[in-house]
Design a protein around this ligand. Structure first.
Ligand SMILES: NC(=O)c1ccc[n+]([C@@H]2O[C@H](COP(=O)([O-])OP(=O)(O)OC[C@H]3O[C@@H](n4cnc5c(N)ncnc54)[C@H](OP(=O)(O)O)[C@@H]3O)[C@@H](O)[C@H]2O)c1
Length: 259
């Protein structure tokens, strides 16, 4: 049976980049995304080219039961999940309070927090049995800072962060490494930011901040940190890591007032 890296939220950005990083080290990669069967098939094929193993699943983490069934199936039929990456976002774009319906707020909570809770409930008992395993959770600036239009997004991302701290408190001493990664900036991610902006605005953003300016986070560079986190020695574990482009202000800084 192979050692598995499970990526929940596997678009062409952070999800696929982390998959490639682990695949290069011989992990069997299990990719999960909500839609885009063609994109999923392409990713599985790309990961499989060098004799590595990869499997893909279309699954919506907000729907009942499927997530739990998939985790059990992978554990029973493919191999032990060494690392799970909860990378599903909950960004719905800036919306005023008036535009944030109860339904939208609840969906944000299901994507951002409940999905991770369900993964933890199902997967952590397997990891505790083995006294090892990694749960890496992608966060955002909204995990640590609320803002106008972020009522749903910031509330659920901050709750996700607190869930990670609580899981860490209960399970680190049992060998389960839970790490929360604050992605404090815009990622060069075509399936999320790219779709939200549309192709022209995304390319314009890349011209202004990306490429050689290194003002957008590059998924493959983020992936190096995820791989490192999952392979830290238990005597020196990171629980929270923040990543941002060199030229960006950190979330706790403000633009200086123009006096
Ligand atoms: N992109 C940014 O600028 C940025 C900035 C800060 C933090 N982040 C964080 O980074 C993570 C996402 O990484 P990324 O932006 O590079 O995206 P990505 O890895 O390219 O793709 C994430 C994928 O998650 C999938 N997904 C969304 N809802 C889902 C659901 N209900 N069930 C299953 N899969 C679902 C989407 O699949 P489909 O495309 O098939 O729907 C999407 O492609 C999120 O946690 C986000 O908060 C991103």
């Amino acid at each position: 049976m192979s050692k598995v890296c499970l990526i929940l939220g596997a678009g062409a950005g952070i999800g696929l980049a982390v998959a490639k990083r682990f695949s290069a080290e011989g992990y069997h990669i299990c990719l999960v995304r909500r839609s885009n069967q063609a994109g999923l098939d392409r990713a599985v094929q790309e990961l499989s080219t060098n004799g590595q193993k990869a499997s893909g699943y279309i699954l919506d983490v907000t729907l009942p039961d499927q997530l739990e069934l998939l985790i059990k199936k992978i554990e029973n039929e493919i191999g032990e999940i060494h690392t799970a990456v909860y990378n599903v976002g909950a960004q719905i774009g800036d919306r005023s309070l008036d535009e944030t319906s109860l339904k939208v707020f609840e969906l944000g909570w299901k994507l951002g927090t409940l999905g991770l809770f369900r993964v933890a409930k199902t997967l952590i008992p397997y990891m505790v049995n083995r006294s090892s395993g990694n749960l890496l959770v992608t966060g955002a600036t909204a995990s640590v800072r609320g803002n106008g239009g972020q009522h749903s997004h910031a509330a659920t991302m901050a709750a996700r962060r607190m869930l990670c701290q609580s899981l860490n408190a209960e399970f680190a001493s049992k060998g389960v490494h839970v790490a929360h990664i604050v992605i404090d900036g815009l990622v060069d991610a075509p399936d999320t930011l790219g779709k939200m902006l549309g192709p022209d605005a995304f390319e314009d953003l890349k011209q202004r901040k990306g490429y050689e300016k290194n003002g957008l986070l590059l998924p493959e560079k983020i992936a190096d940190s995820y791989f490192h986190l999952a392979h830290q020695h238990p005597s020196a574990w990171t629980h929270e890591l923040d990543l941002r482009p060199h030229s960006a202000l950190a979330w706790w800084n403000h633009q200086k007032l123009d006096l």
